[in-house]
Design a binder for this molecule. Sequence first.
Ligand code: 13P
Ligand code: SF4
Length: 321
Amino acid sequence: DEEKEQYKARIKSLLKEKNAVLVAHYYTDPVIQALAEETGGCVADSLEMARFGAKQEDADIIIVAGVRFMGETAKILTPEKTVVMPTLAATCSLDVGCPIDEFSKFCDQHPERKVVVYANTSTAVKARADWIVTSSCALEIVEHLDSEGETIIWGPDKHLGSYIQKKTGADMIMWNGACIVHDEFKTQALKDMKALHPDAAVLVHPESPAEIVDLADAVGSTSQLIKAAQDMDNKKFIVATDRGIFYKMQQLCPEKEFFEAPTAGEGATCRSCAHCPWMAMNGLQAIEEALINPEGKEVFVDMELREGALRSLNRMLDFSA
Ligand code: 13P
Ligand code: SF4
């Protein structure tokens, strides 16, 4: 509507004036994803967001629309840039559920194991890790470590961890974390939905519980699921991930139909209903404010921790290059 268009126009001129680039995750509001695309920024999964941020040599400011760990990753990779977020309060249940002190103790109990952590963590947890992974490269990295005879401590997402363990057969000890969004998908309701649409393919993000992953025709990161929607011949898809992803799926496959996988089975209550409450904190007003006055919205990381986190992040980027 008109108000949104006015915001967009003002943000576009601020981006130019401040020499800033907007990087957005697929789970953010479609209007933000469109804005990132229209202004030469990017819309991406977490691995691609990290890569894109790292190669922005000309920009002075990187605006990260997503959640806190994405902003921190950009800052770790480009400490000389100003990295701002619409709000620093946008966290992630995986990050919150993996405090550094407890996680570090857990790791200390198994010093012989390689510590592999999901990107959805704080800089301190990344610094404690040997490897960082995202859902698009976790399988290959664990396969590689397993083939070298390494045993693994995995954190924090237990569902992604179990999926990788099942696929690779690697020896993994798991931290008990979960994503509040993906944890809500309901197995029986999904079976019922499949029965209603027998010709639909089921696309599942591996942060979902094992029973949901078992019903999938394709499992992968947000980018991989978008690619699956394009590549598969099906005309209908049931999608078990944050509904923000529908913007890109519909844009790329206008002739196909996408359905949200069910989150609340009979009698169940739904806390997050297929949309991440922290991703939802990214709005046009907050982006404009961040550009006008970045104070309180700028991402800083401890420089000592940054060194450790950069080492493990670079391992991932080099491996998946
Ligand atoms: P992707 O890396 O698949 O984009 O997922 C990360 C995530 O959980 C964002 O919330
Ligand atoms: Fe974290 Fe889940 Fe939100 Fe992604 S969707 S940021 S994993 S809480």
